[in-house]
Design a protein around this ligand. Structure first.
Ligand code: ATP
Ligand code: MG
Ligand code: FE
Length: 355
């Protein structure tokens, strides 16, 4: 089976053609991602209007490019998968409408894919993982610990009650006058900083629930910067290093509890897997922390290549293939995009929030 995937939920326009064989192995036949970073960097964040317009301009040629790289045509794929939420509504409309138009014109089935499901299933494409496993999604819009039980079967164990982790990096960078996106800038500065200089809060550490909170950390960074004005380059480095240390320690506590819970639910799995996804997974200190934590808990730490951790269309295509292979029905062409769409059906009913 081969499928064309389309992703337009945030600030990446992407298309990919992915195949899945009878044994369940996936292969990316062709993919292309266009980041809109340059369009948004002057504003210090993603501007929805600009994003939607950029998706419209780029998508058709990106689809053609992905098909060309795969040596396929619209007629020679078996289905279309398009992200239909959660995300910025303008971009979602562009991608989903394009997917519908292709499906209508070719008569192929359309799969309206949840962006988070794309992140959740990527490790089965890259590493052939089997269910169940745990996923930590840490991006600009999401911070979630999710139990991946099967296709269309997810249990959200924890989420942020305020800022996403990538957002905390971005806001911290902005406060300190560093460039956008903030994650790489903070990480670069932290290399020359003293992680012990500031005792930043470690939100929710010690609590039994598996949620996250990062807005207090951002406030503490602001107070630290204000207390030492004028701030030197060394001060900024020290704040960044201390911030990153606080984040690492917080994740260590939160995720450690998640690993324990997984172990008690599934004592029969000798070496379960923790998968990381999202742009913050690029951070070397956080990766090292998660690796050490997994080693200590006898978990396997799976970090897919970074271009598949951040937003891409191969994961959307793959999620579509997984849904097909699991016998889930294709979507009606009347399906509507959803800016909020939690992965966990129970969370969807209880909270009605995409965060
Ligand atoms: P979504 O949340 O909808 O999946 P997004 O575009 O916000 O999409 P990603 O593209 O996956 O998320 O990741 C971007 C985020 O990752 C930004 O907040 C950025 O600051 C953060 N980030 C990138 N590199 C690093 C790094 N080295 N350290 C920490 N954070 C990083
Ligand atoms: Mg992005
Ligand atoms: Fe994403």
């Amino acid at each position: 089976l081969t499928i064309l995937g389309i992703e337009t939920s945030c600030d990446e326009t992407a298309a990919a053609v992915v195949a899945r064989d009878a044994a369940g192995r996936g292969e990316i036949l062709g993919e292309v991602v266009l980041s809109q970073l340059d369009e948004h960097s002057a504003y210090g964040g993603v501007v929805p209007e600009i994003a939607a317009r950029a998706h419209v301009e780029a998508l058709d040629s990106l689809i053609a490019e992905a098909l060309a790289r795969a040596g396929r045509t619209l007629e020679s794929v078996d289905a279309i998968a398009a992200t239909s939420g959660p995300g910025l509504i303008g971009g979602l409309i562009v991608g989903l409408m394009t997917g519908k138009a292709i499906a209508r014109a070719t008569g192929k089935p359309l799969y309206a894919v949840n962006h988070l499901e794309g992140h959740a299933l990527t490790a089965r494409l890259t590493d052939g993982l089997s269910f169940p496993y745990l996923m930590l999604l840490v991006s600009g819009g999401h911070t979630q610990l999710v139990l991946i039980k099967g296709v269309d079967d997810y249990e959200r164990w924890g989420t942020t009650i305020d800022d996403a982790l990538g957002e905390a990096f971005d806001k911290t960078a902005k406060l300190l006058g560093l460039s956008y996106p903030g994650g790489p800038a903070v990480e670069r500065m932290a290399k020359n900083g003293d992680p012990k200089r500031f005792a930043f809060p470690r939100p929710l550490v010690g609590e039994a629930r598996l949620d996250f909170s990062f807005s207090g950390l951002k406030t503490a960074v602001r107070q630290a910067a204000e207390s030492i004005a004028p701030v030197t380059e060394q001060d900024v480095a020290d704040i960044c290093a201390s911030f990153q240390r606080a984040v690492s320690r917080t994740l260590k506590d939160r995720i450690g509890r998640g690993l324990d819970r997984f172990r008690s639910l599934h004592p029969g799995i000798a070496t379960p897997a923790l998968v990381v996804a999202g742009g913050v997974a690029a951070n070397a200190e956080l990766r090292a922390t998660l690796q050490a934590l997994c080693d200590a808990h006898r978990f396997r730490f799976v970090a897919p290549p970074l271009n598949l951790c951040t937003d891409n269309a191969a994961m959307i295509a793959w999620a579509g293939l997984e849904r097909m292979a699991a016998g889930l029905p294709a979507d009606d062409l009347a399906v509507a995009p959803r800016s909020r769409w939690p992965l966990d059906r129970q969370a969807a009913t209880l909270l009605g929030s995409g965060k």
